[in-house]
Design a protein around this ligand. Structure first.
Ligand SMILES: *Cc1c(COP(=O)(O)O)cnc(C)c1O
Length: 396
């Protein structure tokens, strides 16, 4: 059996997206900035895609800027809020400890440039607390940036409440919604979102394309200077094949969202129930406020890399709780942020299931993970120490 269970890392392009992309490459290859018919036809398609995407998140087309993906959108949003904030003497930013590196590394850069950053804790359930956010906001806070759903443990933040709080306190609110767009309903007006980042390849669109929503009135700062594309806020000839494919993928994902979420939630909960039977294991993140496709477990006494390699041999593609950053194995900052200690965080597994997963595949995943964990523990020195009482178990 071949099961792709790493949809949080990337998704397979949908047929509708491939169709839109190839049609564009064959028939709409003009430059949208050109004045002759071929160019203007491309321009029409570009604006149609912008309208479709805007409507899905209840924005107006002028509020959508096309980018190269989630990372660029995050960078542009943070830079915008920082530069605009500094002009008003505001140099404090509030975020959370378990954001994506596109946010955290940009915040580090801003810190080096005189900004002060407060990272809110996300607690054991992987969710920020509104009273702590309220307390963290200061007179000189220019931005609150909190992700809609976490890419590792799938926990969903109370975005509408955060948006309302920020609005009441007069602070710009940005959300990295890369894991949420196409998977959860988004309404930027009802949720009081000022800026939002999205990436096509997380909802069955192509890689290298995404968008940034910025509410009317927010003056975007450029990351890329050049031509007047995207109303002067993002230079470079538009990636029209990518943009049209993104719009097609998002339309499809939105149309099927309810059905897909109901199906994935049932399968997710079955997998969680099955893996919970493994002794000395624990689910990471809230069991209910989480993406329908996300299962994340820690298993004591073993290493995530081993789990992945053995699951791969069984045809299952998954991801672990250690990020191989710069060749060294660091436990995931997300798992550390919810209080997992290093050893436990290292033995973690993320399964992010897709829409077409079957019950049979879920049972195969459960049986395979059980077998793999048992096998790895059978020759793990750490596990031996734990069972012989030389070390104490952390997970029940
Ligand atoms: C994937 C991801 C990103 C980065 O998006 P790219 O399009 O790959 O640059 C940012 N934030 C989150 C939460 C993600 O899951």
């Amino acid at each position: 059996m071949q099961i792709y269970a790493d949809n949080a890392a990337t998704t397979k392009m949908s047929e509708a997206a491939v169709e839109a992309m190839t049609d564009c490459m064959r028939n709409q290859w003009g430059n949208p900035s050109s004045l002759y018919t071929i160019g203007q036809k491309a321009k029409e398609k570009l604006e149609e895609a912008r309208e479709e995407i805007a409507a899905i998140i209840n924005a107006s087309p002028r509020e959508i800027i096309f980018t190269s993906g989630g990372s660029e959108s995050d960078n542009q949003a943070l830079l915008t809020a920082a530069i605009n904030g500094r002009k008003q003497g505001k140099t404090h930013i509030v975020s959370s400890a378990f954001e994506h590196h596109a946010i955290l590394h940009t915040l580090k850069k801003l810190e080096k440039n005189g900004f002060e950053v407060t990272l809110l804790p996300v607690h054991e359930n992987g969710i920020v607390r509104l009273d702590e956010l309220d307390a963290a906001i200061r007179d000189d806070t220019c931005l609150v940036t909190i992700m809609t759903a976490n890419n590792e443990i799938g926990t969903i933040q109370p975005i509408a409440e955060i948006g309302k709080l920020c609005k009441n306190r007069g602070v710009i609110f940005h959300t990295d919604a890369v894991q949420a767009v196409g998977h959860l309903p988004i309404d930027v007006k009802a949720q009081n979102i000022d800026m939002l980042s999205a990436s096509a390849h997380k909802f069955h669109g192509p890689k290298g394309v995404g968008f940034l929503y910025a509410r009317k009135g927010i003056i975007l700062q450029n990351l890329i200077e050049g031509g007047a594309q995207e109303r002067g806020k993002r230079a470079g000839t538009e990636n029209l094949p990518g943009i049209l494919a993104m719009a097609a993928a998002l339309k499809e994902a939105t149309a099927n969202m309810e059905r897909d979420n109901a199906h994935k939630t049932a399968i997710r909960d079955r997998i969680i129930e099955g893996l919970s039977q493994i002794p000395h294991s624990a689910l990471n993140g809230d069991a209910v406020q989480r993406l329908s496709g996300n299962v994340n477990f820690s298993f004591e006494g073993i290493e995530g890399e081993g789990i992945l390699l053995l699951l791969d041999q069984k045809g299952i593609s998954a991801s672990s709780g250690s990020a191989c950053t710069s060749g060294a194995l660091d436990p995931s900052h997300v798992l550390l942020s919810i209080g997992r200690v290093h050893d436990v965080a290292h033995g973690s597994l993320r399964l992010s299931i897709g829409e077409d997963i079957t019950e049979e595949e879920a049972e195969y995943i459960i049986a395979s993970v059980k077998e793999v964990v048992e096998h790895l523990r059978s020759f793990s020195p750490v596990w031996r120490d734990l069972t012989e009482g030389k070390k104490e178990f952390i997970l029940k």
